[in-house]
Design a protein around this ligand. Structure first.
Ligand SMILES: CC(C)(COP(=O)(O)OP(=O)(O)OC[C@H]1O[C@@H](n2cnc3c(N)ncnc32)[C@H](O)[C@@H]1OP(=O)(O)O)[C@@H](O)C(=O)NCCC(=O)NCCS
Length: 185
């Protein structure tokens, strides 16, 4: 990921909010889902049609344990989700994922959102003990987000994810409900 390359638009972080994705977000969602740069470290390939976006809103986002549009002035500029971890009791452990339009990178949006989501998750999801995230070793910006939001880097998983043609080394990060954390209730 290129470091904080886009400075053309200032973001007032007080105008960032989270809400469920709606079909009316389709055009905004296609801005980041069709961007190759955004998709580099993600499990999906860049979207090429409106149908891809509709499928995400109607059939994919609805299957996450928790999913919200990241909004700036109520316009969707990204998405954040919690999904169940098949190796664990789905009530106790979830995997965090997030994505933001490249225009908004490097302005503190993801860090703010991740802190809010962790707080919401441990408040709203009964029995939740652990939020984890898997990050490609090359995705330095995302690792930084997690560190700033209070996650611990637990270790390196070598050749752990096969994605877009090759096996990738990923770091695993987590935060527990019992960890001291500035954004916890
Ligand atoms: C990862 C992502 C969500 C980060 O969002 P963001 O709003 O730019 O993150 P923030 O501004 O809160 O923080 C980014 C931090 O990483 C740093 N950073 C970014 N790129 C970096 C790089 N290549 N090397 C070192 N630091 C880097 C920034 O300087 C900032 O740290 P700082 O505040 O200490 O200066 C965004 O880039 C994104 O959506 N990427 C594509 C999807 C993706 O990779 N999702 C995560 C999958 S695990």
């Amino acid at each position: 990921m290129e470091k904080a390359e886009s400075k053309e638009e200032n973001v007032d972080l007080s105008n960032i909010s989270l809400r469920p994705l709606e079909l009316s977000d389709l055009d905004d969602l296609l801005v980041w889902t069709s961007d190759e740069k955004v998709a580099t470290f993600c499990r999906w390939d860049p979207y090429t049609s409106k149908e891809d976006g509709i499928n995400f809103i109607q059939n994919i986002a609805t299957k996450f344990v928790w999913c919200r549009a990241i909004c700036l002035n109520n316009r969707a500029i990204g998405c954040v989700s919690l999904s169940s971890n098949s190796d664990h009791d789905r009530r106790r452990s979830v995997e965090l994922g997030y994505v933001l339009g490249s225009k908004y990178w490097g302005k503190g949006v993801a860090t703010l959102v991740v802190k809010q989501v962790v707080k919401a998750a441990f408040t709203e999801l009964e029995d939740l003990e652990r939020v984890e995230a898997l990050v490609d070793v090359k995705n330095v910006g995302s690792q930084r987000v997690l560190e700033k939001a209070g996650f611990q880097r637990e270790g390196l998983l070598r050749k752990y994810v096969f994605l877009k043609g090759y096996s990738r080394d990923v770091f695993i990060f987590s935060v527990l409900s019992t960890d001291p954390h500035p954004s916890f209730p």
